[in-house]
Design a binder for this molecule. Structure first.
Ligand code: ADP
Ligand code: ZN
Ligand code: ZN
Length: 725
């Protein structure tokens, strides 16, 4: 047999299929070792055939098969080819998405544990061991009393030598079994709710249909409960399920909910796992021990078979589009897998992306709505506070009178509050008031953020740290101005205002380390009154019944982000954050501080009026020819050598101009310029931006232009990127 093999080398020149003579047991989907250009490399068998166009006698033989059961299942193999084509990726890079590196490179192994059982009674043991071997006798007595014990436990209690001696003498029997490393999920006894008629309708509509559904339900409308019912129905039919959530809403609470509803059947996949845990969770899925996969974006590649439903929760979330190579769009992958398995794909959100909602209105997705909260609880009223008039009234602090009085009330009622500020650290920059010097990163063209806790300046782009300034390095002045406030500063201020109220902070700095989020949230959930200050990490997924007040300190940060999605994102963020309030009693209240109180994003968001927002925004997109009415392509060119980066940008730009000539008015916009952030991690950055009428041929033409291998320069293509920094 001839094996068609893709080699595990990230290089366009070798991104094709090579022929080898198969071994007897070689199967499609196996990892193999093959000779390649004088080396031995890892490869993947993508097909087996009888013939080859090459001279059979010259073909090399596969050196070894790396497994007896292929790690790439047929569905995943077809997905690899689909993705390579759809997203213009190398086949070998797609393989890496489908098999995590700990499995692919065998960097982890199955872990064994050893169990000991006694093989005789105390008297006969003493007879054989002799009375003087005290440690052996005690170990024997202990084991006989316990009936059985772990080897690791027994050698810890007694000694390795004694225990081994007992095993050698045949008095103890040692057996091995596989030890599963599984992420710790605390247990709760979450009871199963009886579905409301609306939820039942939703579940029935979705049942087993090979279609895509958009589940548009306000925050707290019971979407998760609907997902769980649909999953339960799939399991009843002996099928499986994949549920995706954004990384930051994969909260302990969510995992507990799933785990108590589907005990021992859930595997979780997320970035917080140790490699050993990832290896075992993946294996539980691969061997069909786990039937429900709960995870972030990359869980869409779980090797689960016979899928009965795929769910993308918070479908509008930006994290579903990966920003690094190999770049893919989770929605498209999910759609492919759903159609492959003939099962429903559910996209759920309180604030669907404009793209998805448009498809639903056009009938390409089936719209299912849950317009009210469970138990008819009201959505918390959102009060908009004009910070301009606040300043005119003489309050120059970042906290309006309305915000503080609402905090007072919540504290008095022993309720919890959440304050949202989408900036971490103490101050967004430091600046000399005398000469205008601004502290910047050496390696990136950005301001440094002041972190008071560590008394350091940090670069949020590359992580580099610097000493805080006491005086200006330029003019020696000590008159330093602090930039816009972040979570750290808010906590410090609140501690002064409310010295007796526990204040928690949740952002990238406080949640490092294993279970970082869980620790903060579980403490917060136990204490009221209390205040949780956080970045967008607090916006999603949390269901804390005691939260009655939510304050949005500075929503304008995201509104003035100046890309085409900033309105949409701000609307989503406000809705999501507000949705944390009043989830149990419906007594929530939200205050939104802004310098643009009349902006339609806030007007519609404060009325929870998604549809009006959609109408307004979609018209704007149409009028300005932005997605979904066009495709944006961004070609990012980076290099440590500025001159080289510019040369390549120029070359590529000339080629794109030829495309513009060819496709005429279909390409509406084309421009080459330095990126807004001109340098990151010592790399100079340029971009070519284009917008065109959605057309696969044009996309493909752009990609083939970029298919150049340039020394010292990297070229990266993105379609409808989430950010353009
Ligand atoms: P969403 O995912 O839309 O935000 P959830 O499914 O988390 O909503 O539901 C919000 C709250 O309402 C949760 O505390 C959940 O336990 C509760 N809930 C959901 N469905 C029901 C129901 N049918 N009966 C009673 N409580 C429910
Ligand atoms: Zn100065
Ligand atoms: Zn930097």
């Amino acid at each position: 047999m001839i094996a068609k093999v893709v080699v595990d080398i990230s290089n366009d020149a070798v991104d094709k299929v090579f022929d080898y003579i198969a071994l007897d047991n070689t199967l499609v989907g196996m990892r193999v070792r093959v000779p390649f250009a004088g080396r031995v490399v890892l490869g993947y068998v993508v097909a087996l055939t009888d013939d080859t166009e090459l001279d059979k006698s010259k073909l090399k033989k596969i050196i070894s098969n790396l497994e007896s059961v292929p790690k790439i299942k047929p569905e995943m193999l077809s997905l690899i080819y689909f993705m390579a084509k759809r997203f213009f990726l190398r086949v070998s890079d797609c393989v890496k998405l489908v098999i995590p590196s700990c499995v692919r490179l065998d960097s982890q192994k199955e872990q064994l544990e050893y169990n000991l059982t006694p093989n005789c009674d105390v008297d006969s043991a003493v007879n054989i061991i002799g009375k003087r071997a005290k440690s052996q006798i005690s170990a024997m007595i202990y084991l006989i009393e316990q009936g059985e014990a772990r080897y690791s436990k027994l050698i810890q209690l007694f000694s390795r030598a004694s225990v081994n001696a007992l095993i050698d003498k045949g008095l103890i029997i040692k057996t091995s079994s596989r030890k599963m490393r599984s992420p710790e999920i605390s247990q709760t006894s979450a009871s199963k709710n009886k579905l409301t008629p609306k939820q039942q309708m939703a579940v029935q509509t979705i049942a087993n249909q090979n279609k895509t559904f958009l589940l548009h339900g306000v925050t707290g409308s019971g979407k998760t409960e609907v997902y769980m019912s649909v999953i339960e129905n799939a399991l009843k039919q002996n099928k499986t399920a994949i549920m995706l959530v954004p990384e930051i809403s994969l909260t302990p609470q969510m995992m507990q909910r799933f785990n108590s509803r589907f005990p021992n059947q859930v595997a979780v996949l997320h970035s917080g796992l140790t490699e050993g845990e990832r290896y075992d969770e993946w294996d539980r899925i691969f061997t069909s021990q786990a039937k429900v996969v709960l995870g972030a974006r990359s869980a869409i590649f779980a090797p689960i078979e016979n899928v009965g439903v795929i769910i993308i929760d918070e479908e509008h979330d930006g994290s579903y589009i990966s920003e690094t190579n190999p770049r893919f769009d989770t929605h498209i992958v999910a759609e492919y897998r759903a159609r492959y398995n003939s099962c429903p794909l559910i996209l759920g959100s309180a604030t669907p992306s404009l793209e998805s909602y448009k498809l639903a209105l056009e009938g390409k997705y089936t719209l299912v709505e849950l317009p009210e909260r469970i138990n008819n609880l009201s959505l918390p009223p959102i009060q908009i506070v004009d910070m301009v008039s606040e300043v005119l009234d003489g309050n120059t602090t970042p906290y309006s009178k309305t915000l503080l009085s609402n905090l007072d009330i919540a504290i008095k009622n022993k309720k919890q509050s959440i304050l949202f500020i989408n900036r971490r650290g103490f101050a967004s920059f430091v600046l000399c008031r005398e000469c205008g010097y601004r502290a910047k990163c050496d390696d990136c063209e950005v301001s440094l953020v002041y972190h008071k806790e560590d008394n350091q300046l940090k670069c949020h782009f590359c992580g580099k740290r610097y000493r805080m300034l006491t005086n200006c390095p330029n003019c020696n002045s000590t008159n330093i101005k602090y930039g816009a406030l972040g979570t750290e500063r808010v906590c410090e201020d609140l501690k002064k205002i409310y010295p007796n109220v526990p204040i928690f902070r949740m952002d990238n700095d406080t949640t490092r380390g294993k279970n970082g989020h869980e620790k903060i949230l579980s403490e917060f959930s136990k204490i009221s009154p209390s205040i949780l200050v956080g970045t967008q990490m607090i916006a999603k997924g949390h269901d804390y019944p005691l939260v009655s007040f939510v304050g949005i300190l500075d929503a304008d940060v995201s509104l003035y982000n100046s890309d085409y999605k900033s309105n949409e994102r701000t609307f989503q963020l406000v809705t999501q954050v507000a949705g944390r309030a009043g989830r149990k009693d419906g007594d929530g209240k939200v205050v939104l501080q802004t310098y643009a109180p009349k902006h339609y994003v806030y007007r519609f968001a404060s009325n929870y009026d998604y549809k009006s927002f959609y109408d307004k925004e979609i018209n704007l997109r149409q009028a300005t020819a932005f997605p979904p009415f066009s495709t944006i392509i961004r070609i990012l060119i980076t290099s440590s050598n500025d001159e080289r980066a510019r040369q390549v940008t120029k070359q590529l730009y000339d080629k794109t101009c030829q495309l513009k000539t060819k496709y005429g008015s279909k390409i509406m916009f084309l421009q080459a310029l330095p990126c807004p952030v001109k340098r990151i991690q010592t790399k100079f950055r340029y971009q070519i931006l284009s917008r065109y009428i959605p057309d696969d041929e044009i996309t493909s033409a752009f990609y083939s232009i970029c298919d150049v291998i340039e020394k010292d320069v990297s070229v990266f293509v993105e379609i409808n990127p989430n950010n353009l920094r």
